[in-house]
Design a protein around this ligand. Structure first.
Ligand code: PHE
Length: 357
């Protein structure tokens, strides 16, 4: 076989091999390597070209043409494979990065105010808008503020009735968890008087209270809002007016109220306050036990002994006070049937009742 023929055959074999390799290349990287392998400076085609130099000059153009044709064929095939692989790579990427825009978004879980806190804030705001100043007192109290100053002397039966949690004291004086928010009356009156010297003073004091009691309607920790006002000529009429406004504002409708005579050591006269049943509008139902009324708070005119204990002149000033149970009012407003729901922290309940701020 002549040298020319053998070169031709080598070129053809090279082309067949290269085209097959290009077609089989799996990605653009492999293809790039194949380009170097066949068309590079030290590639297979260059190798064949070296043989051309050894041919007699007359044969060179023929073989030269063949080499050029092979080169062109390889370049075209490479380009085509490149284009095909680029399309394929793009399709793979699009598939991998596919997002379903019809899926609903993921929202971050958001905390909410506990319904009791929400009620406490709402109630405090109503009194605050009426001009009562917000005050707070300690939950760990001494016997003086929780009892003595409120006209409940040591031997008084009301002291036993309060189911007090006592705290093991390190000092001389026994401490306790306050059983009501009324001690804030004493603390706030003392503070206001030391600042202003004399009444008038009007205070709303929301907070936690504790009694050793636990059943369907009682929890050892619950919340009260204490409200009181001291001024010249304060009367039961003012008490009733404030209550009437408060209940209408809180329940967002006109709510009838009635005062029933009662007894508290720290008020005289004292009254328990009922509101017309918000479930049956006074007709009588299971919740109000057929009476048409619901008991919601204790109230009265501040006992002269209480005013005297902080040095207020009872000849010149008088005051009213009341303390309401927050859980009960929230239950009535929101239609919550069981007090324990507030404290179980079942997230389904909290989610339904909670209000995000
Ligand atoms: N402190 C009383 C209680 O917890 C409520 C109350 C407050 C009554 C103020 C009269 C005046 O039962």
């Amino acid at each position: 076989m002549s040298e020319v023929d053998s070169l031709k055959i080598r070129l053809e074999a090279l082309q067949t091999e290269a085209l097959a390799a290009f077609a089989a290349a799996g990605n653009l990287n492999d293809l790039q390597q194949l380009r170097v392998q066949y068309l590079g400076k030290r590639g297979a085609l260059t190798e064949v070209l070296k043989g051309v130099g050894k041919l007699p000059p007359a044969d060179r153009p023929v073989i030269g043409q063949h080499v050029n044709r092979t080169k062109a064929a390889l370049a075209t095939a490479l380009e085509q494979s490149e284009a095909e692989l680029a399309v394929k790579a793009r399709a793979v990427r699009i598939e991998a990065e596919r997002i379903d825009v019809t899926l609903s978004g993921r929202t971050a879980a958001c905390g909410a105010l506990h319904p009791v806190q929400q009620g406490l804030d709402e109630m405090t705001a109503i009194f605050s808008q009426m001009g009562f100043a917000v005050a707070e007192g300690p939950e760990i109290e001494d016997e003086f503020h929780n009892f003595d100053a409120l006209n409940i002397p040591p031997e008084h039966p009301a002291r036993a009735m309060h189911d007090t949690f006592f705290i093991k004291d390190s000092g001389d004086e026994p401490m306790l968890l306050r059983t009501h928010t009324s001690p804030v009356q004493i603390r706030a009156m003392k503070r206001f008087l030391s600042e202003a010297g004399e009444p008038p003073l009007a205070v709303v004091a929301p907070g936690r209270v504790y009694r050793c009691d636990y059943d369907v309607t009682h929890s050892p920790m619950f919340h009260q809002v204490e409200v009181f006002k001291v001024d010249h000529d304060v009367s039961m009429a003012h008490l009733k007016g404030v209550l009437r406004h408060f209940f209408s504002a809180y329940f967002e409708k006109n709510v009838p109220i009635r005062l029933r005579p009662h007894y508290f050591p720290f008020t005289e006269p004292s009254a328990e306050v009922d509101i017309g049943c918000v479930f049956c509008a006074g007709k009588g139902c299971r919740i109000c036990k057929g009476s048409g009324w619901l008991e919601v708070l204790g109230s009265g005119m501040i006992h002269p002994n209480v005013l005297k204990s902080v040095g207020i002149d009872t000849g010149k000033f008088s005051g009213f006070a009341f303390g309401l149970g927050v859980e009960r009012l929230v239950m009535l407003k929101q239609g919550i049937p069981d007090l324990r729901l507030f404290f179980e922290n079942d997230v389904r309940f909290l989610r339904r009742m909670g209000v995000t701020k």
